[in-house]
Design a protein around this ligand. Sequence first.
Ligand code: ATP
Length: 241
Amino acid sequence: MILDVQSLRKHYVGKDKKPFIAVDDVSLQLVAGEVLAFLGPNGAGKTTSIKMIAGLIQPDDGEAFICGHSIKKHSRKAISHVGAVLEGSRNLYWRLTPLENLIYWAGLKGYPHRIAKERAMDLLSNFGLQDKAHDTLQKLSRGMQQQVAICAALMHSPSLLLLDEPTLGLDLQAADRIQELIIRLAKEEHVGILLTTHQMEVAQTLADRVCIVRKGRVVLEGHTHDVLEQFSENKYIFELG
Ligand code: ATP
């Protein structure tokens, strides 16, 4: 199992200074080559959940194991198996080229320059971006920038890829391209992928399994077809939930 999340909880303090629960008892599992969609409306707690799994924020309670390593007790080891694109391409440098960006990211992970360059060119070629390797990032389309962000997350060959709203704000063609890449990464490279989305069609197209999240809780979980069918039939219950 690549990811085993057990009863994660997180509270924040709201603008009214009162604490509220953003993530409440979230559990999920993910195996190699599987795509799991965390589907829910704005504010449901999807990003908070994925940030805890990425080690960016500490859970109040619960645990997550990545490739068997606890994010609490062995966070460095656990996180070494994770690639994450949580803010689209905003974590990239706009005045650098895709190649320079990827080499920079690999450098942070301790990769020697020559190995990083080879890996970066391989990834850019796999994504059909080899001709753009030496353009500055700001000249690329948003879809291409998002692809470069995914390449950056894959530089250290992670077993688990976390994607927060991977197609949000992209035009249809770019969104299709990213969706094809996600499916290829899972099915051909056997990367386990956990993604968040508020769009049912995205979950339907990409995911093997879906967790529907409402107000911090997983209200429905299972194989995509079954979950979405059940959700459509009982939509009013979940909307009230
Ligand atoms: P979205 O797509 O809008 O980001 P989401 O499902 O990803 O929705 P979260 O971003 O996890 O939801 O937010 C869950 C709740 O926690 C929301 O009410 C949000 O306003 C609140 N929240 C998120 N981060 C913080 C923070 N750092 N401090 C206080 N409240 C926060």
